[in-house]
Design a protein around this ligand. Structure first.
Ligand SMILES: Cc1cc2nc3c(=O)[nH]c(=O)nc-3n(C[C@H](O)[C@H](O)[C@H](O)COP(=O)(O)OP(=O)(O)OC[C@H]3O[C@@H](n4cnc5c(N)ncnc54)[C@H](O)[C@@H]3O)c2cc1C
Length: 355
């Protein structure tokens, strides 16, 4: 680490030591990182990643911290807070790929709108609108990207309004907004490999699935994402974004990390003979755990798949609730819930039951 610090000083890159990480997450819990860096420049990140790999120093990338649980012990290594942002809108003629049928298949085979979401009234099809290619740097906030694009009359990402993450986090977990997956709009990404080189991965190379991309096992830095969006109805997109974000806000506490668990599959739903595949339904109606508190964390009363925290909460409070749900579900319905969130700084044997 000393050599890395020396390197940062030579390059005039500022860093913080023993920086508490709670304030960089929506759960507002988690201990300190040995070293913390906020990166705003694309050229800088290439050199940093190469150096960290050369020196064999563990590092972890943080976007908005809205999908991570950081342990109270923090992280031994370097946390890179990604703030590399920017949006590029290209001319129509520069489109280099067409909508991918397989992307639509992913959506249709995994999501049945009527069963899974109640945003039917807001949803509409834009596939016949003129297309436009857009590139967005990974540290750009999703909300900022959506607003910026709509004000430039570019539509397509309005379904993801109200999700408090960055573009990088959205690609990494292939987020879902209403009945739409992020991967429906992605044509490719630039990643940075361990040598600091930029590599392009096409949509097909990203292994997208429900809350999944291949990048989760590769652990490469996502630098930039390429989208095929639309020159659609900007007014309608704006209204949709506002209405959807508002509807989410009513039900979903912000001091959380979103839904903690992945929906169960159709077979499990039919075996249980329940009308919903959501853990919110199971935790509320079968496990009867809604409103349960551990320390300063609580299984939300407004959406039981969300765990919310209050001032003074620690990561162990959240973990205690995740473990309680896991244990009760295993005993009561013989299903082990899989988490949608990512754990940082926990020993593997503590978290493997959730994966
Ligand atoms: C109130 C609320 C509502 C939510 N609603 C939804 C929803 O509707 N749908 C949904 O899918 N999610 C939802 N979420 C979860 C979360 O907001 C999303 O998953 C979001 O995209 C995470 O982005 P982030 O920048 O915060 O990622 P972080 O939490 O910072 O990181 C998450 C993971 O992505 C990795 N990562 C982040 N950036 C990069 C990068 N540039 N390169 C490589 N890896 C990277 C991190 O290392 C980490 O493993 C919600 C969360 C909250 C708090």
């Amino acid at each position: 680490m000393e050599e890395f610090k020396k390197y940062l000083k030579q390059l005039n890159i500022s860093f913080l030591e023993n920086e508490p990480l709670a304030k960089y997450t929506t759960w507002k819990v988690g201990g300190a990182a040995d070293l913390f860096l906020e990166v705003k420049l694309a050229d800088q990140i290439q050199d940093l990643i190469k150096k960290l790999n050369d020196l064999n120093i563990p590092y972890y990338i943080l976007g908005s911290g809205s999908n991570v649980l950081i342990s109270d012990q923090g992280f031994r290594g370097v946390i890179i807070k990604n703030s590399i942002s920017g949006i590029e809108i290209y001319n129509e003629e520069q489109i280099d790929s067409q909508p991918k049928e397989d992307v639509k298949d992913v959506r249709l085979s995994q999501i049945n709108k009527q069963e899974y979401y109640s945003f039917e009234d807001l949803d509409y099809d834009e596939s016949q609108e003129p297309k436009v290619k857009v590139a967005i740097y990974s540290g750009t906030l999703l909300s900022l990207a959506i607003n910026n694009l709509i004000s430039n009359k570019v539509t397509g990402l309005q379904w993801f309004a109200g999700i408090p993450g960055t573009i990088g986090g959205a690609v990494f977990n292939n987020i879902h907004g209403g009945s739409h997956f992020f991967s429906e709009y992605l044509t490719g990404v630039d990643i940075i490999d361990e040598f600091g080189d930029i590599k392009y991965l096409s949509h097909d190379e990203m292994g997208f699935g429900y809350d999944h991309s291949k990048l989760q096992s590769d652990h490469k830095f996502i630098l930039k994402a390429y989208f095929q969006l639309y020159k659609g109805d900007a007014k309608r997109a704006q209204e949709t974004a506002i209405a959807w974000a508002r509807a989410k806000k009513k039900k979903q506490p912000y001091n959380s990390a979103g839904c903690s668990f992945k929906n169960i599959d159709k077979q499990q739903m039919s075996d249980l003979n329940i009308p919903s595949n959501s853990w919110g339904y199971i935790i509320d109606n079968i496990l009867k755990l809604k409103g349960t508190k551990k320390g300063q964390a609580m299984i939300s009363n407004s959406h039981a798949a969300f765990i919310e925290t209050f001032p003074g909460a620690v990561a162990e409070d959240v973990m205690a609730l995740l473990e309680l749900i896991h244990q009760k579900a295993s005993e009561t319905i013989n299903i082990t819930p899989k988490t949608e969130i990512f754990f940082v700084g926990f020993p593997n044997d503590r978290i493997k039951k959730f994966q």
